[in-house]
Design a protein around this ligand. Sequence first.
Ligand SMILES: Cc1cc2nc3c(=O)[nH]c(=O)nc-3n(C[C@H](O)[C@H](O)[C@H](O)COP(=O)(O)OP(=O)(O)OC[C@H]3O[C@@H](n4cnc5c(N)ncnc54)[C@H](O)[C@@H]3O)c2cc1C
Length: 388
Amino acid sequence: MSIMKTQEHEEIRRTTKKLIETEINPYVDQWEKDEIFPAHEVFKKLGKAGLLGIHKPVEYGGMGLDYSYEMAFVEELGHVHCGGVPMAIGVQTDMATPALARYGSDELRREFLAPSIAGDMVACLGVSEVGAGSDVASIKTTAKKNGSDYIINGGKMWTTNGTQADWICLLANTGDGPVHANKSLIVVPMKSKGVSVARKLKKLGMWSSDTAQLFFEDVRVPQRNRIGAEGMGFVYQMQQFQEERMWAIATGLRGMERTIRDTVEYTTQRVAFGKPLIHNQVIHFRMAELLTEVELVRSLLYRAIEAYVAGEDVTMLASMGKLKVARLSREVVDSCLQYWGGMGYMWETPISRRFRDSRLGSIGGGADEIMLSIISKYMGTLPGERRK
Ligand SMILES: Cc1cc2nc3c(=O)[nH]c(=O)nc-3n(C[C@H](O)[C@H](O)[C@H](O)COP(=O)(O)OP(=O)(O)OC[C@H]3O[C@@H](n4cnc5c(N)ncnc54)[C@H](O)[C@@H]3O)c2cc1C
């Protein structure tokens, strides 16, 4: 039996789907219009159902289950009728909290992880900056020691949940050494003096999700807010990225299936030249091929999950899957939109939202080219030296 198909996995899938149908999907159109969704309200409902801490330690309110159960939840998030809400949930569960759960002190986990699992706090992740996205090592934000505190100065860009978060998992330079060993992850409460939301960014897609540019000016936080060891932030963030990338694979599958299914339905009803569009071999063959590719990506994901649960390094598999799901999502929506004709180009047709939302996959959380660089590195074909 697949590790993703036990009775407990099915239970998590059912709970997630039901919550999406009653508490999320009926409101998505409004949230898309508002260009924000009420994260505290929605996260509280998810937290009450236990869904924000499936893979998190029981001591902090989590379920303590292995990563396959988290992935069952994330796969079902693909039922949400937009990309923005699943992305915001993903930041909370698989992007901003994995390092805290793994390396944070007991005190820090009680203060920030437990309420994030309960849905009482909203988290965000501050890695990217105006001048450093793909090139994480070159971030400029600093956290300098002052007595028992850090004083933080700098800025973060494209921060998902950034206008409504209670705390940020911030990557900052805490030393002057080599760029891969001079950084730390620090939990910064967003209401700290000197933290400001410079602006809420307008985007091509993912409208329900708020994205912020943030500034940090002489922000004082205690050094005990550092996650784990000083200088290990880059390494922790690279580990945290593995869960972010598996999250990206899992969350993309259902949306692609729905797009294909909706397109089959539409082209079955739409008649041109005296027959349903779907009766053209070019169309039904295309649908068959795309669905086959979705299943291939799912197989790759399940293999990565199995390896991750067994404690193996999944950097290469997660990067391959992230690359493929992003490219395939773009291919699926573009191919399918074509067969909706003029209707596909209309604002009110769901596929046009999916077309806009899916474009982010090849850019966010490590662009396609970064995935290719990582795969090349594992293949031993990436030229270049490590920077000092
Ligand atoms: C909607 C949205 C939400 C986001 N949420 C967050 C968040 O919550 N937290 C956070 O920290 N960040 C977030 N990001 C930032 C995101 O992770 C970065 O945009 C992404 O990593 C790319 O960085 P960049 O935009 O600086 O692109 P750049 O690094 O400037 O790269 C531009 C392009 O150049 C190409 N490229 C880059 N490097 C190479 C290379 N070595 N070889 C070949 N080609 C290359 C790629 O195609 C890339 O897309 C978000 C971004 C968006 C748009």
